[in-house]
Design a protein around this ligand. Structure first.
Ligand code: ADP
Ligand code: MG
Length: 394
């Protein structure tokens, strides 16, 4: 038996964090957000396999920390285990840069706030090649070149350029949806794929749900139950979003995988079709569809464990049932609002389609909330005529 060399240990650890170009982008953008950046630009060539460049205008890295940052378990964000419960930064494991540098050539240029010049570090798997001064604006620019050139097995698993770019775009959207104050751009080769100006939370959610295939109007509901706060934004899906995956779940400002919450939102919606009339009625959604939605769940800080997954996409709730109950209540109150707003809703739909049967007027539902009813959090980008419903937020 022999202890693994550092380089090999880093490469093995990298397997958990760096799966594909999108995971690199996610980690670098996490870091930029943690550094307080207001502008983050991502540029890819060849789907990110040839190069990934992330530039930010955050507070930069101190010259003395620049090479330390590349070591595993080096982080400026966490000192004590207790801090994990309340940590506000996206990173805390001190693993990302070391992992990326284990599977690619990396150039980090950074100028710290208050310093007159920046520094550029070049490294390749196994070590630092050079450090030199660099003229640059305050912030950080990280280049990741020839990803997985030294891990042919990993490289083989990468998909087509278009697929990898799709994953990058998805990763960026997941971050952008919870950081509306940040300006984001994504450029692949010569094409600009994403450009988001700073905005407020509701406008950013609205813009991204639309990108996901959601159609206006957007509904919003806020509720609090047993110390768990829930904010949900919902839009009607279009044909391409019918298969699922339309529900984005956010916990502690992180987009996470939480199938149960996604299910509750979809189920609340599909249950309203139990009568078998789904899809055929004016303003109704087809059976099996789910809304395009973003659901923020905020349990008390000590009731979420965010450190159960290397990429932090899974979390654990101390009391999951309490959280699910709060989400159910949010969905129920959305239905209740729809019920109040239903006459206006049906008046709207009648203008375009046949009048609904009387029995449907008596049984309004979340489907109504998602179709005929035009209350929502107004979007800055939304230039449609003003909504006519007077229903208010809960
Ligand atoms: N874009 C950036 N701007 C400022 N500091 C950064 C940036 N990227 C990385 N760092 C510094 O490098 C450290 C290591 O980064 P990383 O390996 O991602 O670990 P973590 O984010 O978990 O701390 C961070 O703690 C931070 O101090
Ligand atoms: Mg990090």
């Amino acid at each position: 038996m022999a202890a693994l060399g550092d380089a090999l240990a880093d490469q093995i650890a990298a397997g958990e964090v760096v799966e594909r170009p999108a995971s690199v982008v996610k980690e670098l953008v996490d870091n930029a957000i943690d550094a307080g950046a207001r502008r983050i630009d991502v540029r890819l060539t060849q789907g990110g396999t040839a190069s990934i460049v992330v530039t930010d205008d955050g507070h930069g890295i101190h010259p003395e920390d620049l090479t330390l940052a590349l070591q595993r378990h080096a982080t400026s964000k966490l000192r004590r285990a207790e801090d994990l419960d309340t940590i506000e930064t996206l990173g805390f494991r001190g693993e990302a840069l070391a992992s990326i540098a284990a599977v690619a050539r990396v150039k980090i240029a950074s100028r710290r706030l208050g310093e007159s010049v920046g520094q550029l570090v070049r490294c390749r798997p196994g070590g630092v090649l050079s450090i030199e001064p660099a003229g640059m604006a305050v912030g950080t620019r990280i280049e990741v070149l020839d990803l997985f050139a030294n891990v042919p097995a990993r490289r083989k698993f990468l998909r087509t350029e278009a697929t990898e770019v799709g994953h990058v775009s998805e990763a960026l959207v997941r971050l952008a949806i919870v950081h509306p104050q940040v300006r984001f751009s994504l450029i692949h080769g010569r094409r600009t794929l994403l450009e988001l100006s700073p905005s407020d939370q509701a406008s950013r959610v609205c813009e991204l749900l639309r990108r996901r295939g959601g159609t206006d109007p957007m509904r919003y509901v806020h509720c609090e139950r047993d110390g768990v706060a829930v904010d949900a934004w919902l839009m009607t899906p279009c044909a391409t979003t019918r298969r699922g995956g339309g529900v984005t779940v956010v916990v502690r400002r992180r987009v996470v995988r939480e199938a149960n919450i996604a299910k509750i939102v979809s189920a609340a919606h599909t249950a309203t079709h139990a009568g078998g009339d789904g899809g055929s009625l004016p303003g109704r959604l087809a059976p099996g569809t789910q809304p395009v939605a973003c659901v923020w769940v905020e349990p008390p800080p000590h009731e979420v464990d965010i450190n159960v997954h290397p990429q932090k996409v899974e979390i654990r709730f101390g009391d999951p049932q309490r959280v699910y109950a709060a989400v159910r209540e949010a969905m129920a109150s959305l239905e209740a609002e729809a019920r109040r707003a239903v006459p206006a809703a049906h008046e709207n739909s009648r203008q375009e389609q046949q009048a609904p049967a009387a029995s449907d007027l008596a049984r309004p539902s979340l489907a109504d909330a998602l179709s005929g009813w035009t209350e929502g959090t107004p979007s800055r980008a939304d230039t449609r005529p003003a909504p006519r419903s007077t229903a208010s937020r809960t």
